[in-house]
Design a protein around this ligand. Structure first.
Ligand code: TTP
Length: 538
C-alpha cells in the first residue's frame, strides 16, 4: 500500500481533566478551571487548564496560587486522593467511555493515552468514497482546517479538479468522518475534542492541536514542507528527548524543514540503518508505523515522588509507601482481571535514591504470580531494601514506583475469586535467585553517540528520565549501542517469605505511552512533565 493510501485520524480530548470536572459539576460550566494535584506548596501543581482559564494567562506550568493571581475567579478542582496519592479513576473511566464511542467507527483503534486515540479509517473511507462523497462539503465541515490552503479551496479542488490527487480526496473524506466522530463523542459523552487527519500517525499528531479546541485539521501530503518550515525537531514524536538533541547537534539543524537536506546515505554515516531510514522518511512526512489495535493499557503503574525533605529515611516509611503503591496496583489489577480477563505476569519496582548528593534511579523486574496486595508490597519492599538500605540502617528514597505488565489471557475464567484464593493459599511458593539489571552510578556511562529516547539516567536528577516514545525496534538498538546496563545476579540471600519470586526475571517491555504518570508532591518540578515515563529497562 502506498504511504498516501492510508487515512489516519488522531482524536485528542480538549483539556480533558477539566472537562471531566465540568461534567461532574455543571455549575462549573463556562468558568475558568484548572485541575490541581493539591499539596501545601503554593496551592499544588496544575495538570490541566481549560480554555477560558488559558485566555486569562493560566498555564499548566503554574502552581495553584500563581493561577489565582493571574485569574482570581479561577476554580481549582483537586484531583481526589486515595491512600495519600492521586486517584485518577474518574478520568480513566471518562477516557474509557470515549474509547467506546470511537470503537463504533472502526475496530482499528489505538488508544495512545487516557484521552488520545488513533483510528485507521482507510477502509471506512474507501467504502464511503462512492456513495457519500457529495457529503464532503463545507456545510458538513464547518470545524475543519487544512494546512497550506483554505478549507473551501481544498474542498472545491477535491470535487472539481481532476488533477487533484486522489490521496487528498481520501483525506477530505477522512475529514468528514472525523467531524462525525467528534459530533458523536459530544452527543454521547458531552466531551469536546480535536482531531488531526493525515496519511500517518506522526502527521496526524502534529496537526491535531493546530486549531484546538473543538476543531480539526487535515494535512495534505504536499503541505508537509509548509508544516515543517518552522517546526522545531522536538515537536516530532521520538525527537523530543536526547536523541532529538543529539540529532540537532550532529546535523546542526533546529527544525524539521532542515532535515530534508540530508540524503539517506549521509544519515546512514551518522546513524544506524533503521534510524537513518526513519529520519529520511519522516523528513518527507512519511511514517509507516501502523495503527495497532490497543484498547487497554499494556501496563498498569503508579508512583510517588519524595523530593527534598520528603525523602523517605526510615524503614517504616518505605514500608508504608510500598504498601500504599501495592494496594493501588492490587486494586487496579483486580478490576482489570474482571474487565479484561487477563493477568499481568511481570512487575517492575522502580526507585530513586540519593547517593553522594546525586539522585540515582534503578528498576528491578520481577515475575508476578499473585495479585495479593500484601505479597506484592512485601516483594517490592524486599527489593528496595536490598538495593537501598544504607550501612547506617536508613534510606534516602526520592521516588518509588510499581508497574505491572506482560499480560496474558486468564485461562481460568470460571472463577476469578478462586484465583485469588489459590494464590493466597499457596504459601509454599519457593523463592529463587533473582536476576536483575542495575544501573549504578559507578558503572553508568554517558555515551557521546546519539541515542533514541532517554535510556540513561542522569545521576543529577530523576527528572531527566522523561523519555520519548520511540518504537521498540529503534529503542532496542539503543541498548545495544550503549553499555549502560550491567547484569547482576543475586545470591540466595534474599530473605524469605517472598512467595512471588520465581526462577528468573526478565525485562518488562513497558508501553510507555499507556502509562499515566502524574505530579504528586514535587514542588520543584513542572506539573505537566511526566517524570518517570519509562522504565529504564526496555
Ligand atoms: P493533554 O492531552 O496533554 O492536555 P489537555 O487534554 O489537558 O489539554 P489539550 O486541550 O491541550 O490537549 O493531557 C490530557 C490529560 O492528562 C490532562 O487533562 C491532564 C493529564 N495530564 C497529567 O496528569 N499530567 C501531565 O503532565 C499532563 C501533560 C497531562
Amino acid at each position: 500500500m502506498a504511504h498516501t493510501e492510508r487515512v489516519v485520524i488522531l482524536v485528542d480530548m480538549d483539556c480533558f481533566y477539566c472537562q471531566v470536572e465540568e461534567k461532574l459539576d455543571l455549575s462549573l460550566e463556562g468558568k475558568p478551571i484548572a485541575v490541581v494535584q493539591y499539596n501545601a506548596w503554593r496551592g499544588g501543581g496544575i495538570i490541566a487548564v481549560n480554555y477560558p482559564a488559558r485566555e486569562k494567562g493560566v498555564t499548566r506550568h503554574m502552581r495553584g496560587d500563581e493561577a489565582k493571581q493571574k485569574c482570581p475567579e479561577i476554580v481549582l478542582a483537586r484531583v481526589p486522593e486515595v491512600r495519600g496519592k492521586a486517584d485518577l479513576t474518574k478520568y480513566r473511566e471518562a477516557g474509557k467511555r470515549v474509547a467506546e464511542v470511537l470503537q463504533t467507527f472502526t475496530p482499528l483503534l489505538e488508544r495512545a493515552s487516557v484521552d488520545e486515540a488513533y483510528l485507521d479509517v482507510t477502509e471506512v473511507v474507501r467504502k464511503r468514497m462512492n456513495q457519500d462523497f457529495e457529503k464532503v462539503c463545507i456545510d458538513n465541515m464547518q470545524n475543519t482546517y487544512v494546512v497550506g490552503c483554505d478549507t473551501k479551496d481544498f474542498l472545491y479542488n477535491v470535487h472539481n479538479d481532476k488533477e487533484y490527487s486522489e490521496s487528498n480526496c481520501r483525506l477530505a473524506m477522512g475529514g468528514l468522518i472525523a467531524e462525525e466522530i467528534r459530533a458523536n463523542i459530544y452527543n454521547k459523552t458531552g466531551y469536546k475534542c480535536s482531531a488531526g487527519i493525515a496519511h500517518n500517525k506522526i502527521l496526524a499528531k502534529l496537526v491535531c492541536g493546530l486549531h484546538k479546541p473543538n476543531k480539526q485539521t487535515i494535512i495534505p501530503q504536499e503541505s508537509v514542507p509548509e508544516l515543517y518550515k518552522h517546526l522545531p525537531l522536538r515537536k516530532v514524536k521520538s525527537l523530543g528527548g536526547k536523541f532529538g538533541d543529539a540529532l540537532s547537534e550532529q546535523l546542526k539543524i533546529t527544525n524539521m524543514g532542515e532535515l530534508i537536506r540530508f540524503s539517506e546515505r549521509e544519515l546512514t554515516k551518522r546513524f544506524d540503518g533503521k534510524t537513518a531510514n526513519w529520519l529520511y522518511n519522516v523528513a518527507r512526512g512519511i511514517d509507516l508505523e501502523p495503527v495497532t489495535v490497543r484498547l487497554i493499557s499494556k501496563s498498569i503503574g503508579c508512583c510517588k515522588k519524595f523530593p527534598g525533605r520528603n525523602a523517605l529515611i526510615t524503614s517504616e516509611s518505605v514500608e508504608h509507601w510500598t504498601s500504599e503503591l501495592a494496594s493501588e496496583i492490587s486494586e487496579r489489577l483486580s478490576k482489570d482481571l474482571e474487565e479484561n480477563n487477563r493477568r499481568a505476569k511481570q512487575m517492575v519496582v522502580s526507585f530513586a535514591q540519593e547517593i553522594n548528593k546525586g539522585d540515582v534511579s534503578s528498576s528491578r523486574t520481577l515475575p508476578l504470580n499473585t495479585y495479593d496486595q500484601i505479597k506484592i508490597a512485601q516483594c517490592a519492599f524486599d527489593t528496595i531494601k536490598k538495593f537501598c538500605l544504607r550501612a547506617d540502617g536508613t534510606y534516602k528514597i526520592k521516588f518509588l514506583g510499581i508497574s505491572v505488565g506482560n499480560f496474558e489471557e486468564n485461562k481460568n475464567t470460571s472463577n476469578i475469586t478462586a484465583f485469588f484464593k489459590t494464590i493466597r493459599d499457596s504459601k509454599n511458593l519457593e523463592k529463587s535467585p533473582v536476576s536483575t539489571k542495575t544501573i549504578n552510578k559507578e558503572n553508568m556511562s554517558f555515551p557521546t553517540i546519539p541515542i533514541l529516547g532517554e535510556f540513561q539516567l542522569s545521576p543529577e536528577s530523576v527528572e531527566n528520565k522523561v523519555c520519548t516514545d520511540l518504537n521498540s525496534t529503534l529503542s532496542k538498538s539503543v541498548l545495544s549501542l550503549n553499555e549502560i546496563i550491567t547484569e547482576e545476579k543475586s545470591s540466595d540471600d534474599d530473605d524469605g517469605n517472598v512467595s512471588i519470586y520465581s526462577a528468573t526475571t526478565e525485562e518488562l517491555n513497558e508501553d510507555t505511552k499507556s502509562l499515566i504518570y502524574y505530579e504528586d508532591i514535587y514542588p520543584e518540578s513542572i506539573a505537566s512533565q511526566p517524570v518517570f515515563k519509562k522504565n529504564i529497562l526496555t
